[in-house]
Ligand binder design. Sequence first.
Ligand SMILES: [Zn+2]
Length: 328
Amino acid sequence: MAERRELAIGIDLGGTKILAALITKDGDILSNLEVETLAAKGPDVVYQQVVSSVHKLIRESQVNKNRLLGIGIAAAGVINMQNKEVIFANNTGWRNMPIGELLESEFELPVHLVNDANAAAIAERIWGAGKGAENLVYITVSTGIGAGIISDGRLITGEGDSAGEFGHISIDVNGSKCGCGNRGCLENLASGTAIAKTAKEKLRNGEYSEFFTETDSPSAEEIGKASLKGDTFSQKLLKETATYLGVGVTNMVHILNTGVIVFGGGVMNLSDILLPEIKKTVNQRGIPSMVDRVNIVKSELGMNAGVLGAVGYYFEESGDKVLASTEK
Ligand SMILES: [Zn+2]
């Protein structure tokens, strides 16, 4: 007797690593693995890494291929969800990459493609910190800043599947020019990259730190550690960072009247320091009746948000309605 098809494969394609996982409709990760992206070796090698990660997952988990429904893949960059194509992605070097079609013929399974921040929003809504929320925004703060928006129960993708470029809203109208063309972008003020860059500048300018000298270039993580050990320089810098994020979140709340904001990404390892300050800023600046309805929380799914969301999106697109099933 043939086994029922009930599993999907989730892939989270990042700039440094590719995560692949075998996931049930209930969001249970049965098996997972990680391979290097090898982005420096070029777009073709990245594609080969994606393919070999899936082959390896199937082999190592010894799953019967008849149980597999399909593949969901989450990727950064500009994507075309309908054509399942990555139009432009800096972290992998992909340009007009028909990843969906390629994987469909390689594995003879249906494939769906979703942006990584959107995937995380979907995952947190189905299985994570915003279970069942009709209005949820997932914000990732890592080397860059991005967002996935669910409004009135629907993923907001926009005219060119690019909605949610939260890192490129202007927070400082006269701020420095960003690669996107705008000025004073949130990403240049509050990402992990920005924290490290600002720290370096401030130290070079002679600002005193108990932990760093004027020639040091601490990472965001090191700033976080120094902050916990009582370094006022680091504490002040992270407070500024949180204020910028809070201003951005206030704008977001005013536009969307959202109910849950989930923060994820590497910089949110410092959530104990950042979240209280973000909330404080939102409370001080936001329209009270809107702010009162917002719950600002940390991601519950962490590193797995991408693979889970890729699969959640796959199920949704193939008509399995896992989102609806969580609203019982
Ligand atoms: Zn920008």
